[in-house]
Design a protein around this ligand. Structure first.
Ligand code: AMP
Length: 527
């Protein structure tokens, strides 16, 4: 598209195709390029009414709204960016000492409503509209910018300011919505500020992040390193599969953050004398999983060794049971949810297919060999480790497409190498067990195929969420049959609520019909 056309001109000439709807869809302006007068992104179009540079239909609307209100032309490029709302706010450098935007509570509510942010709790601070509005260390801001985070995502808008003022949080948001940075940004800010104020030689850890899988820990640590670059902020990764000696040495040298899985961390804490009394922030990623039997005792054992730190808890799925449980961990917890909790990522198109177990392999091969249906890179989810190995071999032999398996039994080094070859595109299909289901950021994955349904719809939501990061479109093909009957009622509800077609067999199954029948009767009686 030619630079600087009128929005409407472009709209008409190419039938609207290619015109950016929202400022979020627009890229950053490169040096020397025109900037949108509203948000500062690339000013791809010219507003036909005011002649101002504009990036999208959304900003055009905001511009016209301002002009109508003020009867004047707008001063170009405010220093901070407007979020993807179409309200007539000026985003200005804050002049108050707290550094937060001082909009009226009505405006804050409006922002929350627009972005589907729900909060519960006392003295919850206003959502931030830009990273630069909350007094973060300058170097951290540069790192955020360098990471390509132009503006905070909705979960970051609310979670970051709340965490920065010391609130403990329970946050539920879609997979891929930027949750990791929601806790890393305040965590790095606290750690760096602490070290600058307390110049001691003995550097005990200041924060701890626990996640359920090694892969997720690696990913969190990598992101932490990236965002903490150049700051007094060092990290240690404490996961099984890597030598403990190296991990303990690193901690003893002085680190700010420990990222680990609960089992290995306890192992390390039991065998070595690590002082945890400076830990001021404790993060539980995938909290619903972390507080389930299996992990709960280990997590609690670690938590009890700390001196009442601020707790930040995150997950895409949060049950009522978890909500109740966390209330005993900290006082005055702020609850934040973005979008509808326990609902699948809207950007993922779910395609459920009814397939008998015996025919699943054949169906999978058909999909992988179909130009129309196969969209690599793809992840195939299965329920067992052996199943993953066998299926990945079968895929390679039958279809000629290179496929590898990844699961908890493979050594850490091998898992890393497989992930790398997948991410660089050498291996288009990975067959995985649940180890990759949670939170692991499979950048670039376009398709998820659920070969074996997981045991719960929560897990299902996590797995299909891998098909989209940051709202990019993806597809989840889901094999379902009578063996998954215990999930039918919830699955049908999830599919219906996200507008997906539901297979006839699934709708008509007595396990589905029976359950809806019961609900229908109840409501009738109650009304
Ligand atoms: P997460 O939900 O934390 O797994 O993040 C999903 C992806 O979004 C990761 O690749 C992040 O690097 C990226 N991301 C996080 N925050 C932002 C942001 N504010 N702007 C753009 N990308 C982001």
């Amino acid at each position: 598209m030619e630079n600087n056309q009128s929005v409407d001109e472009v709209n008409v000439s190419d039938g609207g195709y290619g015109v950016k709807e929202s400022s979020r869809d627009q890229r950053e302006a490169l040096p020397g390029e025109p900037k949108c007068v509203i948000c500062g992104r690339y000013g791809e179009y010219i507003c036909d009414v005011t002649d101002d540079d504009i990036c999208s239909l959304e900003c055009k609307q905001t511009l016209l709204c301002r002009v109508a209100n003020k009867g004047m032309r707008v001063t170009p490029v405010p220093p901070q960016r407007l979020p993807a709302t179409d309200e007539c706010y000026y985003v200005r450098e804050s002049d108050n000492s707290s550094g937060y935007q001082d909009y009226s509570s009505d405006q804050n509510e409006l922002v929350r409503r627009k972005l589907d942010i729900n909060v519960k709790g006392d003295a919850v601070p206003a959502p931030i509209l830009s990273f630069s509005s909350c007094n973060l260390p300058q170097r951290l801001l540069q790192n955020i910018e360098a990471a390509g985070y132009g503006m905070p995502t909705p979960v970051q808008m609310q979670a970051i300011p709340a965490a920065l003022i010391g609130k403990s949080l329970l946050v539920s948001a879609d997979t891929g919505s930027g949750k990791t940075a929601s806790f890393l940004v305040p965590l790095i800010s606290h750690c760096a500020n602490f070290r600058l104020k307390h110049l001691s030689k003995l550097k005990k850890p200041l924060a701890m992040v626990l996640t359920p899988t090694r892969e997720l820990c690696i990913q969190v640590e990598e992101q932490a390193k990236l965002l903490g670059k150049g700051l007094p902020f060092k990290t240690a990764l404490v996961v099984g599969g890597d030598a403990m000696a190296g991990q303990i040495y690193r901690i003893q040298q002085g680190v700010e953050l420990i990222v680990g899985t609960p089992g290995r961390l306890i192992d390390l804490l039991v065998k070595h004398d690590i002082e945890l009394d400076d830990i001021m922030m404790f993060v539980l990623d995938e909290v619903d999983c972390m507080l389930q039997r299996g992990f709960r005792d280990q997590v609690m054992q670690i938590f009890r060794g700390l001196l009442q730190p601020q707790i930040l808890m995150f997950s895409a799925t949060i049950s009522q049971e978890v909500e109740k449980m966390v209330s005993s961990l900290a006082k005055d917890i702020v609850f934040v949810s973005v979008g509808k909790a326990n609902r699948p990522n809207k950007a993922v198109k779910q395609v459920p297919i009814w397939v008998d177990s015996k025919k699943k392999k054949q169906k999978l091969f058909e999909i992988l060999m179909s130009k129309q249906h196969f969209m690599p890179p793809a992840v195939v989810y299965v329920s067992s480790r052996l199943g993953a190995d066998l299926l990945s071999n079968a895929i390679t032999v039958t279809t000629g497409i290179k496929s590898l398996s990844i699961h908890g039994e493979k050594p850490m080094k091998e898992r890393r190498e497989i992930m790398q070859s997948f991410l660089v595109g050498e291996v288009p299909v990975i067959v995985a067990t649940g180890v990759l289901g949670r939170g692991v950021d499979l950048l670039g994955v376009r398709q998820v195929i659920i070969f074996d349904m997981p045991n719960s719809t929560k897990e299902y939501v996590h797995q299909i969420g891998r098909a989209s990061r940051m709202g990019e479109d993806g597809t989840a093909i889901v094999f379902v049959n009578e063996e998954n009957k215990n999930l039918f009622p919830e699955l049908v509800e999830i599919l219906k609520s996200s507008g997906s077609a539901v297979p006839r067999e699934l709708i008509n199954s007595r396990y589905t019909v029976g359950s809806f029948g019961k609900g229908y009767k109840k409501r009738k009686h109650g009304s």
